[in-house]
Write a protein that binds this ligand. Structure first.
Ligand code: BTN
Length: 320
């Protein structure tokens, strides 16, 4: 029996050696060998004197599928270590809409704007296949699903999930190719990989498989909602509007007060020169008491004193 077949027979928590030997049909030494191989492949397998099994909350298919409420996630591929789940989903050519690829860790996890996404074991890293409808509200819908499923934190435009103290809990990367869109989610569940990031377990008990199932159900619901409902809900659940912000659009830096969302989800910013509508960009939040002068020390400085984020060790844009 291949180790991957052994993986599919493991329960959450410990099962006795006697039961596992019977279930797999393997000799105890072969079974132990297969479990060690799985551990080496990055799967959260527990091996002890009493028995073996999967760490509680492991999103292996046999644990995730019974928790699903909608259509998303029913086509599911689960891996130990991968480069990026985005790449594996792209390579899955006949994947149906709602298919999910998840990995326990990534060696080349990607964040927005070409940054790295630190992806150690213990968190959630997954990609969901969507139809590329070119809906400008998709980033906000995904952010709402993230905030709803985690029940913690607020959104930084468009879909960074921030802890109440402003550290980054998770983020969404949307890539598209022809008629397919790949929605990648990174969520720090048990490990905060960087000093400006937080782990969800600091705020609540989390079962990763349940959280993934909740997110997929929530995403399916938010994708079906009217745009007015999406804009209103996002405006209720954010940490951006009413704050001074510094936005890097890829072309210029805009400094001003984030006042509201446009009908296509753009961030409307009041500056000294008038209202700017930003369709895509990187937002750093300033403390309420900060004035625009503080932003001029650079994005990194602004972030240190506030809630700007990127889970990245990668390069930052230089100020124009
Ligand atoms: C962000 O920059 O805030 C978005 C981060 C998105 C990371 C996730 S992890 C799963 C998927 N695979 C990747 O390589 N990136 C996304």
């Amino acid at each position: 029996m291949e180790p991957e077949n052994v993986l599919s027979l493991l329960p959450e928590g410990l099962e006795s050696w006697e039961v596992l030997v019977k279930r797999t049909g393997l000799e105890p030494t072969e079974l132990r060998e297969a479990l060690l191989v799985l551990q080496g492949q990055g799967f959260p397998v527990v091996i002890s004197e009493e028995g073996a099994g999967l760490v509680l909350g492991t999103p292996a298919p046999q644990i995730l599928i019974p928790l699903l409420r909608g259509k998303y996630g029913r086509a599911y591929r689960y891996f130990g270590v991968v480069t990026s789940t985005q790449d594996l989903l792209r390579a899955w050519k006949d994947a149906p809409i709602g298919a999910v690829v998840l990995a326990e860790s990534q060696t080349q996890g990607r964040g927005r704007r070409g940054r790295n996404w630190e992806s150690p074991q213990g968190n959630l890293y997954f990609s969901v296949l969507l139809e590329n409808t070119r809906d400008p509200l998709l980033p906000l819908r995904a952010g709402l699903a993230l905030a709803e499923a985690t029940q913690v934190g607020l959104l930084k435009w468009p879909n960074d999930l921030l802890a109440p103290d402003g550290r980054k809990l998770g983020g969404v990367l949307i890539e598209a190719e022809n008629e397919r869109a790949f929605l990648g989610v990174g969520l720090n569940v048990h490990v905060a990989p960087l000093p400006n990031s937080a782990a969800l377990e600091e705020f609540r008990q989390v079962h990763r498989a349940q959280l993934l199932a909740d997110f997929l159900w929530s995403l399916e619901k938010w994708l079906a909602k009217e745009s007015g409902t999406v804009l209103a809900a996002w405006s209720e659940r954010n940490m951006t509007l009413g704050r001074k912000v510094v936005v890097w659009t890829g072309k210029e830096i805009i400094v001003g007060m984030a006042i509201s969302l446009g009908s296509k989800g753009e961030l409307l910013i009041r500056t000294e020169k008038g209202i700017h509508a930003v369709a895509a960009g990187d937002v750093s939040l300033l403390r309420m008491a900060d004035d625009v002068k503080d932003a001029e020390v650079g994005e990194g400085e602004a972030e240190r004193g506030s809630s700007g984020h990127s889970q990245s060790k990668g390069p930052r844009p230089s100020r124009k």
